[in-house]
Design a protein around this ligand. Structure first.
Ligand code: FAD
Length: 451
């Protein structure tokens, strides 16, 4: 069994404490994606000694480039304010979202200017980011602030009842500490270890994406979709991560991709064929004879009871929100900040108070359910969208999603009353979406009845 670890390039040569000296570490963070790094930064800044274990240092194809309106404040809290990210070429401004249909018609979803004026003073801009550069910048801050990063994979978790005692890595390093945060993304190490209950939203989906050089970049995130009269919607994202680079990705149910693969299409063929449906991409495809694609598959899954006496789960390990919501980065950074705040507050006790941890879990769960339920019922699935049309469905989803996300950011719920208030609001929208969905399903839209 080893007692020291390798580090990310550029990391300080700091040795890990041995298992005989567990007091040297206060918090072990599993996973060094955005959520794990952000949690580690908050913790070290409060004086805790943190080891963050990250399995994949290459981090070659991170995804999640279109940020929602709450992400910039959370990034600023880490030391990456919006203006700096723009000035240093980490991304581009995002002021609105556009929906484009194959017939060329376009709808813009733009927050009203009055929201930016007193007394609300809401920031009406957010960002698209180059995730390779953003992740590297966050990691650099973590190393500078004193997070010890171990390049290794957690393979075993030692527990006693519901308490985590230690983790052991592939390279046989055992790390014990009083507190643990699981930010291992879709690996969801602690949810699996404790067999936590989970709810799934929508089918398994696959995303295929690539990057293109353009001479004229668009402003804002654009979603290209067939729109009306489809039973389950697939879509294409177009995100300008730099002035002359756009990220284009196709998202569809796993079954659809499986059928296309079975018909002999390669992943590149699938992306090309799908993009060919939209006039905007035809010329682009012709000018790019070879494309290099990335692929990932995922399921939107929300875990419950994501806490124990000495551990919390954060980021995608706790709850995966659908990419169309653009809420994944915000969620990861928010969980990181709230989970770290709980550990910092109760660091001198031997366990987290049940109510405070349960409220954290409830907020994470209810926000993710709200986004996933809204996007699945109003946009992806057919009944509501086909009845009211994709453009109005866009408003029905976007207005509450944008507003409630802002309410959350303003209130920053942490206590019981503010948490329950926010959870009630989120629950009310979910109920309204479900009632509307059932009604529209019963009163089938003309295109569904015909087809
Ligand atoms: C196709 C797609 C498009 C998306 N688009 C957007 C978007 O436009 N906007 C947005 O806000 N969000 C988007 N998201 C979501 C966003 O990318 C994620 O929510 C966010 O990056 C998750 O961060 P995380 O740190 O929780 O997880 P991750 O980034 O997955 O980090 C988890 C880390 O844990 C490490 N790890 C896993 N297991 C172990 C282990 N056993 N030991 C050690 N380390 C381990 C992994 O290597 C990884 O680095 C998208 C997601 C997908 C799938």
């Amino acid at each position: 069994m080893r007692a020291s670890g390798q580090h990310f390039p550029g990391g300080d040569e700091t040795s890990l404490p041995s298992e005989n000296d567990p007091d040297q570490i206060d918090v072990t963070v599993i996973g060094g994606g955005l959520a794990g790094m952000a949690a580690s930064i908050h913790l070290v800044r409060a004086g805790l000694r943190v080891v963050c274990i990250e399995a994949d240092i290459a981090d070659a194809t991170p995804v999640g480039e279109s940020l929602d309106w709450s992400a910039p404040d959370l990034l600023a809290g880490l030391g990456l304010p919006m203006q700096r990210l723009i000035d240093e070429g980490f991304g581009t401004w995002k002021r609105h979202v556009t929906l484009k249909l194959p017939d060329g018609s376009t709808t813009h979803y733009i927050p009203g200017e009055w929201l930016g004026r007193p007394p609300l003073n809401i920031e009406l801009r957010t960002l698209h980011v180059d995730r390779v550069r953003l992740n590297a910048a966050v990691r650099e801050i973590a190393i500078r602030d004193g997070v010890r990063i171990l390049h290794d994979r957690v393979t075993e978790i030692e527990t006693r009842d519901r308490t985590v005692i230690s983790v052991t890595t592939e390279q046989d390093t055992r790390i014990a500490s009083p507190w643990f945060i699981d930010a291992s993304g879709s690996s969801a190490r602690l949810p699996r270890t404790f067999n936590l209950p989970a709810s799934d939203y929508g089918p398994h989906k696959v995303a295929i994406w690539s990057y293109f050089t353009v001479t004229e970049s668009i402003e804002g995130t654009t979603l290209h979709a067939e729109g009306d009269c489809t039973s389950y919607m697939d879509w294409v994202w177009e995100i300008p991560i730099h002035a002359n680079t756009i990220s284009i990705g196709f998202v569809a149910p796993g079954e659809t991709i499986k059928a296309l693969r079975a018909s002999g299409q390669s992943v590149d063929d699938i992306l090309r064929t799908q993009l060919d449906r939209f006039p905007r991409f035809r010329d682009l495809m012709r000018s790019a004879p070879a494309i290099s694609t990335s692929v990932t598959s995922y399921r939107c899954r929300v875990h419950s009871h994501i806490f124990g006496p000495n551990w919390l789960v954060a980021g995608e390990a706790a709850a995966m929100v659908d990419p169309m919501t653009s809420n994944g980065v915000t969620a990861g950074l928010r969980h990181a900040s709230e989970a770290a705040a709980l550990i910092i507050k109760y660091r001198h006790r031997d366990r987290l108070p049940w109510l405070a941890a349960a409220m954290y879990s409830r907020r994470v769960q209810d926000v993710a359910r709200f986004f996933n339920c809204g996007i699945e019922k109003v946009i992806y699935d057919g009944p509501i969208r086909n009845r009211i049309g994709i453009k109005i469905a866009g408003d029905v989803y976007t207005i509450p999603a944008w507003s409630l996300n802002n309410v959350y950011a303003r209130i920053s719920p942490s206590g019981v009353i503010s948490s329950m208030f926010v959870c009630l609001l989120l629950g009310a929208f979910r109920v309204a979406a479900s009632v509307m969905y059932s009604f529209c399903k019963y009163e089938q839209a003309p295109c569904e009845a015909a087809g």
